[in-house]
Design a protein around this ligand. Sequence first.
Ligand SMILES: [Mn+2]
Length: 285
Amino acid sequence: MELLYTYETLKLEFPMSDIDKADFVILGIPFDGTTSYKPGTRFGPTLIRQATLNLESYILDYDVDIADVKIADVGDLAIVAGNPLETIKRGIETVEEIKKINPSAIPVVLGGEHSMTFAPVKALTPKSYVVFDAHLDLRESYEDNPWNHACVARRISELGIKVAEFGIRSGTKEEVEYAKNAGIPWVHARDYTVEKLKKIVKELPEPVYVSIDIDVFDLSMVPSTGTPEAGGLRFWEVIEALEWLVENKKIVGFDIMEVAGTELGDITALTAAKLLFYLIGMLSK
Ligand SMILES: [Mn+2]
């Protein structure tokens, strides 16, 4: 089954399912056209898939073997180089195609810069958007481009979707004011606890879309990302929050974004791959 804008790329090491039979459908969006600092998120989806080769498919914590889960991988989106909006349009259409073929599947987007998250969110129309990120991403526009990666949470909140942000440690005064006026709760990485997240997310309407900008983690774990920031969260802090989310809220889709790098075996991709297996594992147990 072929989708209009996708092409095959590196596959995971165990047999993949067809889209119509899958519980999860992986789609890479290898775009880095508005990246500000470190380039290379165009290689993110490939690096994450390759990094899964290092992992046991059995998840100790959940007694789930990822190799037994029905996962389809539709490959990567054919991006429009340098044009985030046109690439987003292709992304929306592709996620809509996936949902048409299999309405119960959970789309899993691998990025690619964070601007691309708008595509699955627009296609899946969740009521809430929970994001783990170092950055507020609430700018009206950045470098004269409203589709820049620094604006994605703002564009999503403008859709009328409730936004909540965790692990934040970078933003402008204007972004903080916008969050206040729009009623967007956010928790600084310094103040972050899973209990604080639960308190905020408990009130959010369902279904929920979950986005993980890999830069939410401390940069010692994720040096290869578009805009690395010191002072981030630890791996198990994020996993614990995700486990609670999966148990308490209906999740319509998730993504792991901003993985960059140019070398196989990059630490950042290894962190993202482990996170991908844990997310699929916790949603399958
Ligand atoms: Mn970020």
